[in-house]
Design a protein. Sequence first.
Length: 427
Amino acid sequence: MGFSPTKYQLMNVGTGRLFNDQGWTLADPEATSPSLVRAIYETNKFAPREDLDGLYRYANWLPVTRTLRHSHAPVTYKSKGLANQLGMENLYITFSGFFPKIGARMATCSFKETEAFAVCARLPKNDRHILVVQSAGNTARSFAQVCSDNNIPLVISIPQDNVSDLWFRKKLKNCVKIIATPHGTDYFDAITLGDKLCKDSRYRAEGGAKNVARRDGMGTTVLSAVECIGRIPDAYFQAVGSGTGAIAAYENNLRLIEDGRYGKNIMKIFAVQNVPFTVMYDSWKAQSKPLVDLTAEQSRRDAEVILAKVLSNRKPPYSLSGGLYDVLKATNGDMFKVTNDEIVYWLLQFFNREGVDIFSAAAAAVAGLHQALENGQVKKEDVVMINISGGGMLNATKKGFILKQPDLVLSPDLPVEDIISQVDRLF
């Protein structure tokens, strides 16, 4: 029996208006102010699909029309080593990466695979558009791998300074093309370049945080945790560049409350940024829903300094209805900022205590958890989920890897027509 598309409607988070998805709806067409839309699924029961593999075990809460090859779900386990060091009794690690010892087998070593497998499975099988994804690093690698494995045409837009993240265990198929903004540019410049390309109707903007498939793919981390723990955690920790994963965690928290079997608590969302790129931290601490001012020049300088390069979105989905500000308010959450030195320290400690290497952004989340314990915002007996959003690269690449170079380097300041014509020639 073939896979049946998941049934759902969309809801404007700001107004509560329900409406039907037209296939790739990213916003409420009747909205009068910026708001995310949320998927409201026909089933309100959390029911993993035992007949499906990988990420698609959670297909009942994913807005997908099909399944794709080689997907893997996050894996949650109760920590011993790190928990002992932190003095915690109920620390659960949700690991997205390559760590076969615990059953984690994400080839790109990043929880961005959860986004890619959900977003690409939202596309109809015979869709003729070329998908466009803008990325600061891990998202690019994940979408490139998923689209290559499943023959989906894709253009990745990435800052050239971040192309070291484009490592793969085998050569990508020709359906995947990489365009980059020049040295010294940042993620926002890559977003601008991709947006200009999408002025042509042949190209389809993936949509970022506005895409319900991206958020609900990310939200499978919480589903993995609840399957393991048997209840909704008290607190959730994640390092954030856009905050989309934290938003997704909250949305699945609400769905689990509606189910009713896993508790009624709202878990506190704790988000972490890397000094000096702290635009959301600074805005939150100022109790400002609008983002505080951050010039393009300052953003680029800060992005060069931080160790966790993926945490460098200067236009994140923070202020709109349903964005990170609303989520932090609704959950009585908070934000932390951590230094490069703290990240390096917890990279080493995690490896020593849990036996696997992790990415710098994941180490930032651990550093934030340590701060929360030190200041009493989290107690040692609390049930805490930490989203370790990437790791296992040493295992994944021990037989070697290939670095994918950009097919084109383009200034985001070029006219739209020039960008489209040059990218067209790649296909």
